[in-house]
Design a protein around this ligand. Structure first.
Ligand SMILES: [Mg+2]
Length: 181
């Protein structure tokens, strides 16, 4: 069985914890939460880079390091444990966003150690192509794609890839979906 994980709000507690952490740090640097939230909403369509946000608000550059240094605190340890059991050869990350920023988050969260580099993909559009390549390569195995956003499932071809299965992740226990050891 192969497993494809989304990063934000699956492997990494982005919305509930990391984003709040960013707001708190920005507030300390003099940017109100409202102002930061407004900017976030407006720019959300583009893959955001934290450095771009900091530059936009003209806050000191070393705030980036202060924000990122605690990234490990926001990782989903429950899932990390599961991934260690499943093993690197069976796990992938496909995440949407800015390449540099997301690679930094993946590395600093500790997730980077759990995946082969060749199995980590950061996309700026649909995840379909990469998912279907994985399904094609592992035709005789079930491929489970776990994401917190249902719209990433919409363009997938389940007829062509009957081995593909999706799980909408809301923090539920994934143990029932794992191979029995
Ligand atoms: Mg996500």
């Amino acid at each position: 069985m192969k497993y494809i994980f989304d990063f934000d709000d699956v492997l990494f507690n982005n919305t509930t914890q990391f984003k709040e952490h960013i707001y708190t740090c920005l507030e300390k640097a003099g940017v109100s939460r409202n102002t930061a939230e407004e900017y976030y909403k407006k720019e959300r369509v583009n893959p955001l880079h934290l450095k771009k946000i900091l530059a936009h608000f003209s806050v000191r550059e070393d705030l980036y390091e202060e924000i990122m240094v605690n990234s490990k605190n926001f990782s989903n340890e429950e899932l990390f444990k599961i991934i260690r059991k499943i093993g690197k050869d069976n796990c992938y990350i496909i995440t949407y966003g800015n390449k540099e920023f997301n690679l930094d988050k993946i590395t600093r969260s500790g997730a980077g150690d759990l995946f082969h580099k060749r199995n980590v993909f950061i996309v700026s559009g649909s995840k379909k192509d990469i998912i279907e390549k994985i399904c094609d390569k592992h035709k005789d195995e079930e491929v489970i794609f776990i994401d917190d956003k249902a719209y990433h499932f919409k363009d997938l071809d389940f007829k062509k890839y009957p081995n593909l299965r999706t799980i909408l992740y809301t923090g539920q226990n994934l143990k029932p979906y794992l191979p029995r050891s």
